[in-house]
Design a protein around this ligand. Structure first.
Ligand SMILES: CCCCCCCC/C=C\CC(=O)SCCNC(=O)CCNC(=O)[C@H](O)C(C)(C)COP(=O)(O)OP(=O)(O)OC[C@H]1O[C@@H](n2cnc3c(N)ncnc32)[C@H](O)[C@@H]1OP(=O)(O)O
Length: 279
């Protein structure tokens, strides 16, 4: 049973004997002894605002607080959108202080998820661009629903922005340097089959099977003795995390200066207006 934390508004219910907690922007449940499920639940597109990023980080830490839990499935409440990435409105004519805090929350979310002691499996339901792809790549395993209209990748250049250096590093680690050059430079969004072919994801499954497959994968990881599993993860990931921890405030400054530039603002403004056709 997960303990409730002050940061999040939460209520509890018992569904078929399974304890679950519904909060603002995320739902956390524990369908088996060793696997927790964290559902992203911020309509309409699970975009990552500061509050959403904080809520996801807090829920991961809460799952980690249960010693029996060894794996976490990250899913979406929306079967067509895993996450539309960062909340672009956070970067559109922002207050500087809020913008800096927003970026700290995104850095913390990355460090929390990428560095989690839990084995993490992303059940990527539908679209997963930019920050959505960051969430997925921070996990240990990625299952994506089929449907060639669904896209995953880092499309930042199309918005007139660049991925931060640590997201670029994560992309290179995941798909290799040459494909990352193509993917980042062109702001390429991959269909599930394309993403599978470049190792951006590990499996493509039918919509209705995604949770079952992700749960099964999570159970497999959860059975590995944690000492060696966690030590291996630390070996593979600590260098990148240590570098970001050292450069955190520098990175906040780079982000702030880049986003506050007039040209960047024009690009973000135009992109935001093109979305949904309403803004
Ligand atoms: C040193 C330099 C540092 C610089 C660092 C920069 C940071 C880099 C890291 C990450 C960047 C990002 O993550 S930026 C976000 C990128 N995301 C996208 O480009 C996705 C945009 N969204 C879509 O493509 C589509 O919405 C969708 C395919 C995900 C879903 O399509 P659908 O048709 O179902 O929905 P709509 O497009 O109608 O959208 C509904 C509603 O949501 C609003 N929306 C969508 N995405 C976002 C978003 N990311 N942030 C905020 N709002 C978003 C959209 O405007 C609609 O709103 P309205 O209903 O009010 O019109």
């Amino acid at each position: 049973m997960f303990a409730s934390r002050g940061l999040l508004r939460s209520s509890r219910r018992l569904v078929g004997g399974i304890s679950s907690a519904t909060r603002t922007y995320v739902n956390l449940s524990k369908p088996s002894t060793s696997v927790a499920v964290l559902e992203l639940d911020r309509a309409p597109v699970n975009s990552l605002s500061k509050e959403m990023a904080d809520a996801v980080s807090a829920a991961i830490k809460e799952a980690e607080g249960d010693d029996k839990v060894q794996a976490l499935v990250l899913k979406s409440s929306n079967p067509k959108i895993f996450s539309a990435g960062l909340d672009i409105t956070e970067m559109n004519n922002p207050e500087v202080e809020r913008l800096e805090d927003f970026w700290r929350s995104i850095q913390d979310l990355f460090l929390t998820l990428y560095g989690s002691r839990l084995s993490t499996v992303a059940a990527i339901e539908g679209h997963s661009p930019a920050g959505g792809c960051l969430l997925a790549m921070s996990c240990d395993y990625r299952v994506m629903t089929e449907g060639e209209n669904f896209k995953i990748g880092l499309n930042e250049t199309k918005l007139g922005i660049a991925a931060p250096y640590w997201l670029k590093d994560l992309f290179v680690k995941t798909i290799g340097n040459r494909e990352a050059e193509l993917g980042l430079g062109l702001g390429k969004l991959y269909s599930p089959s394309e993403a599978l072919s470049v190792n951006l994801i590990d499996e493509v499954v039918k919509n209705e099977d995604v949770l079952e497959v992700a749960m099964k994968e999570a159970e497999t990881w959860a059975k590995i003795p944690p000492k060696g599993r966690v030590a291996s993860k630390v070996m593979l990931r600590s260098e990148m995390m240590d570098e970001l921890r050292e450069k955190k405030e520098l990175d906040v400054g780079w982000f702030r200066d880049f986003i506050m530039e007039e040209g960047t603002q024009k690009g973000i403004d135009a992109y935001l207006k093109s979305l949904g056709g309403k803004k």
